[in-house]
Design a protein around this ligand. Structure first.
Ligand SMILES: Cc1ncc(COP(=O)(O)O)c(C=O)c1O
Length: 496
């Protein structure tokens, strides 16, 4: 698990914003200890941040100095805080016997009766086969050539560029690079920005990359693999679900000297949160002000389920940014066709980085993507209808079978991000295996640890299995509640 770097200091006001200002029932120091340890376990107070002084906490929360001193000492005892003379109190997570919580899952283990809730991915739409047929009929035109198109087939690049232009950001086909899925695009972008492959690093200094917490687990792995230090920005949470506070994000970016960011503004994985149109210019301005070059992962942008128009690409507000997109979520993951949109002045450098990793995407699959792009609105429209029904029925399953869980229905995306009444997500994932259910626990989505109170439930589960999800989850949850044994270490392996 990541030991993300958060050399940030949390102010008393910010802490009070996260844990509240009371009332503090019972012995007040216990209430304060619980509020803080929950927020740390949830990831709302990220691991690695320096807490305000005990005196500052007292004045921000309306408690006495004696109370905050007792709470800090309790938090130290429980392993949530490490205090060193001269460097204050830094947030950490308690050691779990056997190491980091979680277990290894692979969808490949699953048998036919197993319900796989590890992936936000659907089966292919019926129109896919026809698109393959038409693409095969067209591939002959490419056979006399070498088949190497390191930046992608021109016809596909044009269609993608046209869509960006229509969505509000003028795009030349030369700015598009076709990749092996969005994930391939993220890997290239991260290397280009952080490692600075080639002669001149694109961004000076080692990469400190701002990421949302929670975030997409594969991105955590890719960023860390490229040597990035992750700066975690915990998404805000209130009665309306998760959302961004750009001012706070800006403070964190500035304090930690983040030079790059990986952000998912559109139906964020796993929370489903959507950055509202009115906040987009504000996010753009904050990134420009802090000279942060962002990678915007817009893989899920088309999956608004409540009638929201497809959001304006963030590149319209922050020109020096890289946008990542994909056919995986709208058409089919098996195509492995994604893309990146690159600012003109970075094209050569990013293209050079790409050639260090691979030499291009397959011609046939790109031709299939072209065929599907011609039917884009119809396919996406049909898919949204299916997903909306699946989202609503999974939410209903959870409400019926797990009334103690909190489920906020997202406006889009592919998963519910549910809040458990206790920190038992890893235990739940283990118990679920015994009930024929594969889950990925919350800590996998945490760039800086925590999130054991959360579980992601993709509603891409096949319709025929949907009615089984609630009862199996409820049985697994009962078992997880009685679980007191050692929870083995390791990260789940998931793809989507
Ligand atoms: C935010 C995000 N980015 C990237 C991916 C991977 O996309 P692709 O299959 O196009 O590589 C996923 C898959 O779930 C995702 O949720």
């Amino acid at each position: 698990m990541s030991t993300a770097l958060n050399s940030t200091v949390m102010s008393g006001t910010r802490l009070a914003g996260v844990i509240g200002t009371g009332p503090w029932p019972g012995p007040a120091y216990e209430s304060l200890t619980t509020a803080m340890s929950r927020a740390i376990a949830d990831g709302r107070i990220p691991v690695g941040v320096r807490l305000p002084s005990e005196r500052e906490v007292a004045s921000a929360t309306g408690l006495s100095r004696t109370t905050t001193t007792r709470a800090f000492s309790k938090l130290r005892e429980q392993g949530f805080v490490l205090t060193r003379r001269g460097s204050g109190s830094v947030v950490r997570l308690p050691e779990v016997p056997g190491g980091r919580i979680d277990h290894l899952l692979t969808p490949a283990d699953a048998d036919e009766t197993e319900i796989d809730l590890t992936c936000t991915a659907s089966t292919a739409p019926p129109r896919l086969l026809g698109a393959y047929d038409r693409a095969v009929a067209k591939v002959h035109a490419y056979l006399p050539g070498t088949g190497y198109y390191p930046s992608g087939l021109p016809v596909l690049k044009e269609l993608i560029a046209e869509r960006y232009t229509a969505r509000g950001v003028r795009t030349d086909p030369d700015q598009i690079l076709i990749t092996s899925g969005a994930f391939g695009a993220v890997a290239i972008a991260v290397r280009a920005l952080i490692e600075g492959r080639g002669r001149v690093p694109l961004i000076e200094g080692r990469g400190r990359v701002l990421v949302e917490s929670p975030t997409y687990p594969n991105a955590i792995a890719t960023l860390e693999g490229a040597g990035a230090s992750l700066i975690s920005y915990p998404l805000e949470l209130d009665d309306h679900g998760h959302h961004w506070d750009i001012e706070t994000m800006g403070h964190i970016a500035a304090q930690a000297h983040a030079r790059s960011a990986y952000l998912i503004p559109d139906f964020h994985n796993p929370t489903g949160a959507l950055l509202p149109e009115e906040q987009r210019p504000e996010l753009g301005a904050m990134l420009r002000r802090n000279r942060v070059v962002a990678i915007f992962d817009e893989s899920l942008a088309e999956l608004g389920l409540d009638g929201d128009p497809t959001p304006t690409p963030m590149a319209a507000f922050v020109p020096d940014s890289i946008t990542v997109g994909s056919t995986s979520k709208i058409f089919w993951g098996g195509l492995r066709v994604g893309w990146m949109r690159i600012p003109s002045h970075r094209i050569d450098q990013v293209a050079a980085t790409r050639l260090c990793l691979d030499l291009g995407a397959p011609v046939l699959e790109q031709l299939v993507a072209v065929e599907l792009m011609h039917e884009h609105d119809m396919i996406v429209g049909e898919y949204r209808t299916r997903l909306r029904a699946a989202r609503d029925s999974l939410a209903q399953q959870v409400r019926t079978h797990l009334p103690s869980w909190q489920v906020d229905v997202p406006r889009g995306g592919m998963a519910l991000w549910c809040r458990l009444p206790e920190d038992r997500s890893a235990a739940l994932a283990i118990a679920a295996r015994r009930h024929g259910l594969s889950l990925v626990s919350g800590p996998n989505f945490a760039p800086a640890g925590g999130l054991d109170r959360w579980i992601r439930l993709p509603y891409t589960v096949p319709e025929a299995q949907m009615d089984e999800v609630g009862p199996r989850l409820a049985a697994a949850w009962d078992e997880a509640l009685s679980f007191s044994g050692r929870i083995p270490p390791g990260r789940a392996r998931i793809v989507a």
